[in-house]
Design a protein around this ligand. Structure first.
Ligand code: NAD
Ligand code: UDP
Length: 335
């Protein structure tokens, strides 16, 4: 397949480009480098099946030749980034998603949208199934990201229903791993870098808020399974038991075009993750407490039943292993 990855020079996008090239596909990576880095795809630049375009996905998109799929991952993702870039974040979620969907329609390509657990806002149910509509404050500082992604989901479903574009939506829960920037601002990278540098770990609030952390390799496997799963008709043709369940699920929730949560359901408090990072880095760092950002979700944990049934996917990298791999990466980067 020939696949466009928007945001391909970012943390997740670069892992997706790498996995797609490994599987034999041809990849066009598009990124304006607002939060990404060319270094993330440096190893792919010499590959004849890989090309890089520095481009803003909000502008008119023109890609020469056929395109089979688009992975639309362009968007600031760390709260630190989207709070610094509120309008660019709203624009890429709205205008960028519109351009990507328009391109998918013109090329007859499948489009997979990177959505987020933030569409659930500060959730009133835990864990969060895809059927939960969320609890988002549209006018809070975080609203720029949450509402951009909610609009992007609405637009994606409209292009599917109105124009028949073959679309997928993944709701990604907190994911970490190599290639996050050391000062990206997200909790796992912050804590690891602070612990390795012997600085205090900055816990926001009292650290009782929870998150559920997924390793990047698990996430990439889930996303590619969702991208590659065939449309409803082929699902219906399958006769094994798991797919019969998937079919019933499809009928109940309008099929594979509806959002799918991908994340690791193991839920920890932020204070627990800080202590675990100190233990695994064997750091002598202390913990310091800072004010909790506005509307910081109190709990977050994916219900992954739909991914299990539809994709036969579940995470298999234990949190401790995933942290050790990421610690190794940051040790090298900081050295
Ligand atoms: P990231 O900041 O590393 O990557 C985002 C990439 O998009 C960057 O390379 C950036 O330069 C690029 N980009 C932003 N605006 C652009 C524009 N207008 N035109 C072209 N490129 C643009 O973040 P990430 O963690 O890799 O996130 C990737 C996607 O996954 C985002 O859409 C994000 O919302 C989503 N997501 C990530 C997580 C996570 O835990 N990492 C969780 C939920 C959703
Ligand atoms: N957090 C923290 N210290 C940090 C960075 C983040 O305590 O240095 C907290 C943050 O307030 C939130 C959780 O860790 O409760 C996860 O934050 P992150 O920015 O990684 O992602 P979010 O889930 O909020 O999008």
């Amino acid at each position: 397949m020939r696949i466009l990855v928007t945001g391909g020079a970012g943390f997740l996008g670069s892992h997706l480009c790498e996995a797609l090239i490994e599987q034999g596909h041809t990849v066009v990576c598009m990124d304006n480098l607002v939060t990404g880095r060319v270094e993330n795809v440096a190893d792919l630049l010499g590959n004849e099946r890989f090309s890089f375009m520095k481009y803003n996905v909000c502008d008119y998109l023109h890609i020469e030749g056929p395109l089979d799929a688009i992975l639309h991952f362009a968007s600031p993702a760390s709260p630190q980034d989207y709070l610094e870039l509120p309008i660019a974040t709203l624009k890429v979620g709205a205008l960028g998603t519109h351009k990507a969907l328009g391109l998918a329609k013109a090329k007859g390509a499948r489009l997979l949208l990177a959505s987020t657990s933030e569409v659930y806002g500060d959730p009133l149910v835990n864990p969060q199934p895809e059927s939960y509509w969320g609890n988002v404050n549209p006018i809070s500082p975080r609203g720029v990201y949450d509402e951009a992604k909610r609009f992007a989901e609405a637009l994606t479903m409209a292009y599917h229903r109105y124009h028949g574009v073959d679309t997928r939506i993944v709701r990604i829960f907190n994911t970490f791993g190599p290639r996050m920037r050391p000062h990206d601002g997200r909790v796992v990278s912050n804590f690891i870098v602070q612990a390795l540098q012997g600085k205090p770990l900055s816990v926001f609030g009292d650290g009782s808020q929870t998150r559920s952390f997924c390793y990047v390799d698990d996430l990439v496997r889930g996303i590619l399974a969702l991208l590659m799963i065939e449309s409803d008709r082929s699902v219906e043709q399958r006769t094994d038991r798991k797919f019969l369940h998937a079919k019933q699920d499809d009928e109940a929730s309008e099929s594979i075009h509806n959002p799918v949560n991908i994340g690791n359901p193991r839920e920890l408090t932020v204070l627990e993750i800080a202590k675990l990072v100190i233990e695994l880095t064997r750091s002598s760092s202390q913990i310091t407490y800072h004010p909790l950002p506005a509307d910081d979700p109190k709990v977050r944990r994916p219900d992954i039943q739909r991914a299990r049934t539809l994709l036969q996917w579940e995470p298999n990298v234990p949190l401790e292993d995933a942290l050790l791999r990421t610690i190794e990466y940051f040790r090298k980067v900081l050295a």
